[in-house]
Write a protein that binds this ligand. Structure first.
Ligand SMILES: [Fe+2]
Length: 250
């Protein structure tokens, strides 16, 4: 049996996913975030599990991964999309090669468009959709070799062809929504669903006029090293690399 938990990191509104194998006591964390690394380990040990792997959906621009910190603390190994071309991971993941840890299997789907390295992971009756598909939304496509037409094809060809009842667990939500389904997003996602055409989507994404991401210049170099917090962080961004002090939700 697979154990599953959705954990929330409030500084960047990121969901970290914990999958555990009851038989072997193996746990993996998908998209773990720096400020909540201790909380994540407390949840894992509370379930009687030990952390074996951290797994990334892509190189993140909005938070620092805790992958290296967790490796230092627990000996866990680091898995990242092979397409990111990083030298720090223990394993590069790519579509066509399932990732296995105990009874946990992740089937990677190469879903570029938000970034050019992005993977979604199908596990049982759920898909961890990263920033490719959010609930009623999607990740931005204007940085990290993002491309709206590519994202449209990734979502329509790889995600919207999953079973209707497949549960969609995104990497972020900014409005307390936690889970959706493929059928719901295919029908109702205001950007990508409801029969919206590729041209309409590209126009919509081009017109978003989003502000420059406030943490990107620090997050990208830190995450290309699998999670190193920068030394020169301005005060206003300190929360991204601080430890959580209050007990966070999730
Ligand atoms: Fe992202």
């Amino acid at each position: 049996m697979t154990i599953f938990r959705q954990l929330f990191e409030p500084v960047s509104s990121t969901y970290t996913y914990l999958l555990g194998c009851e038989e072997t006591g193996t746990a993996i964390l998908i998209d773990p975030v720096y400020p909540t690394w201790e909380r994540d380990l407390t949840v894992i040990s509370g379930l009687g599990l030990r952390l074996a792997w951290t797994v990334e959906t892509h190189v993140h621009a909005d938070h620092i991964t805790s992958a290296t910190l967790l490796k230092r603390e627990t000996g866990s190994r680091i898995a990242c999309p092979a397409a990111a071309g990083l030298s720090c991971p223990d394993l590069g993941i790519e579509e066509g090669r399932p990732f296995k840890a105990g009874s946990i299997t992740l089937t990677p789907l190469f879903t570029p468009g938000h970034t050019d390295d992005h993977l979604c992971y199908v596990s049982g009756d759920r898909v961890l959709s990263g920033d490719a598909l959010l609930i009623d939304g999607c990740g931005r496509t204007d940085f990290q070799n993002g491309d709206a037409a590519t994202l449209y094809r990734s979502v329509h060809d790889k995600l919207f062809t999953l079973p209707d009842d497949c549960l969609v667990y995104p990497a972020h939500d900014y409005n307390d929504r936690r889970v959706s389904t493929i059928a719901q997003e295919r029908a109702r996602n205001p950007r990508l669903g409801g029969g919206r055409s590729l041209d309409e989507f590209v126009k919509l994404m081009d017109g978003l006029d989003l502000p420059y991401p406030k943490f990107i210049d620090h997050a990208l170099p830190g995450n290309r090293l699998c999670g190193i917090c920068p030394q020169d962080l301005p005060d206003r961004l300190e929360a991204y690399c601080a430890q959580m002090t209050s007990s966070p939700q999730g």
